[in-house]
Design a protein around this ligand. Structure first.
Ligand code: AMP
Ligand code: ZN
Length: 488
């Protein structure tokens, strides 16, 4: 039975495990427990990575909005993630630390802070806990010990999970996961292509920056182990929802699920609870044609790059919300510009409501339509594109009490997280890093131009406009959005 108290529309979500849209039924009455696979902090996140957290944030906000008491965990991966998800290559953290000649701990610290800055800039709410993988090594060893006898075998390089020891291995994945000719060759003694490391021994004669003693020798945990362990420790099996990007649906999550099945007593996946979570949700990718998303490309698409080019980070949040989380989203600068304009229009109306004392969302016939549309959209597997149009319907509603309108907009924005009442249009106009003129200089020039026009000195006014144009500033007389200038 659902406990939704805030809305009358029951929440339905797409479960990647059953491949069906299902009503959300909490494991614990009135609660929602969510685990999100967090970043591997070996580099800056790209904006595609941040799409995964905007999605998880929208899910969390929707659960809160529906009256559930939310416990959201996002982990920070600071150990174990190899350059190839399927157990090949080097540890991403070790590799970056070696390249930069820095300690792994410093690398982790630096990129965790950078990730948190993006989280804040995108209005992603703080989870109940950021769980850091290296804080759970002892628990990981205990978990592995508990399943080792029945499900694992040791070979030269470490302790491996035998995927044939659980039912329905790989049911979550869409691609064929056992095509791993290459994968089996990479590890001597592996029994099945899809078997994966639970513990990776430090090769004899080598020393890793991060290594711990274990019953299987000195080494480091396999990447998948951490999420099983932190999920179980912090939320208990089964918890409600596990999230990540679609790449995780293929390897990381099937492996996590196999470990969880082993821990829970091996039941098959026709009962989702044996997977450790009732619902598995995955956001589709943000794609970019020229390859700028790849962290190995020089100027990759970080949120800071968008800001440096003059785009407010919340324009990117808007861009994410304009697509359904299960659809691929193509990044383009034109698309980002359009998202920014849409946000500006919303902020312009919100600015006019700023002084109205907010009132409880009262029954008001003029808002019944937009509110119902909004609830229906969000309850239907987080339909943010339609929910945005409901918000626009509310913003465009005329001849209504400003306090009620403000309340309705706030009510919707609490779910969408655009922070409309914390923004001004001036906040949204960011000077690109490359601009050769300061905002103060622009404002001074515009004031002089106004004075010239007041004196009907059109030659002087045109000269000022041309001078600004030469410096990359377009003067926008009569702009319907009320902007006096923009940087071209
Ligand atoms: P990582 O730090 O590589 O573990 O990735 C962090 C999160 O970003 C994971 O949930 C990934 O599935 C997700 N992700 C990676 N690339 C993209 C992308 N281009 N678009 C959306 N999500 C992505
Ligand atoms: Zn994970």
């Amino acid at each position: 039975m659902t406990d939704a108290t805030n809305t009358s529309t029951p929440l339905k979500l797409f479960n990647s495990l059953t491949r069906e849209i299902e009503p959300f039924q909490p494991v614990h009455r009135g609660e929602a427990r969510v685990y999100t696979c967090g970043p591997t902090v070996y580099n800056y996140p790209h904006i595609g990575n941040m799409r995964a957290y905007v999605f998880a944030d929208i899910l969390g906000r929707t659960l809160s909005h529906n009256g559930f008491d939310l416990t959201h965990i996002i982990n920070i991966t600071d150990v174990g993630h190899l350059t190839d998800d399927a157990d090949a290559g080097e540890d991403k953290m070790e590799k970056m630390a070696a390249e930069k000649a820095q300690s792994i701990w410093d690398i982790a610290q630096h990129y965790t802070q950078a990730y948190w800055a993006d989280v804040k800039a995108l209005n992603i709410r703080q989870p109940a806990k950021w769980s850091v993988a290296t804080d759970y090594i002892e628990e990981m060893i205990a978990f592995a010990n508990g399943i080792a006898d029945k499900h694992c075998y040791e070979c030269e390089t470490g302790l491996y999970f035998d995927v044939t020891t659980v039912e329905d291995y790989g049911r979550l994945a869409r691609a064929v996961t056992e095509d791993g000719e290459g994968r089996i060759d990479t590890v001597k003694g592996k029994r099945n292509a899809a078997d994966f490391a639970i513990w990776r021994k430090t090769p004899p004669g080598e020393k890793r920056q991060m290594e711990w003693d274990s019953p299987w020798g000195r080494g480091a945990p396999g990447w998948h182990l951490e999420c099983s362990v932190m999920g179980e420790k912090l939320l208990g099996f089964p918890f409600d929802i596990h999230t990540g990007g679609i790449d995780h649906r293929e390897i990381h999550h099937p492996n996590e699920i196999a470990q969880n099945q082993a821990f829970c007593g091996c039941g098959g996946l026709s009962d989702a609870r044996n997977s450790g979570a009732n619902i598995w949700m995955h956001n589709n990718f943000l794609v970019e044609r020229s390859g700028k998303m790849s962290k190995s490309s020089g100027e990759f698409l970080r949120l800071q790059l968008l800001i440096d080019k003059g785009y407010h980070p919340l324009a990117y949040r808007m861009m994410c919300l304009q697509a359904h989380y299960r659809s691929e989203l193509e990044f383009s600068w034109e698309g980002l510009e359009a998202a920014l304009t849409r946000l500006k229009r919303m902020v312009m109306v919100a600015e006019r409501l700023a002084d109205a004392p907010s009132q409880p969302v009262a029954e008001h016939p003029k808002f019944a339509g937009p509110l119902a549309k909004f609830e229906e959209a969000m309850s239907d597997d987080l339909g943010t594109p339609l929910a945005l149009t409901a918000l626009e319907d509310a913003l465009a509603t005329k001849k209504v009490d400003a306090g009620i309108k403000r309340a309705v907009v706030e009510h919707m924005d609490a779910v969408l997280g655009l922070g409309l009442f914390d923004l001004t249009r001036a906040d949204l106009r960011i000077r690109p890093k490359s601009a050769k003129i300061t905002e103060g200089e622009i404002e001074d020039a515009l004031a002089q131009r106004k004075a010239a026009r007041a004196e009907k000195d059109f030659a002087a006014s045109d000269a000022i406009r041309d001078d600004l144009a030469a410096k990359g500033v377009d003067v926008m007389d009569g702009d319907p959005l009320g902007w006096e200038w923009k940087l071209s």
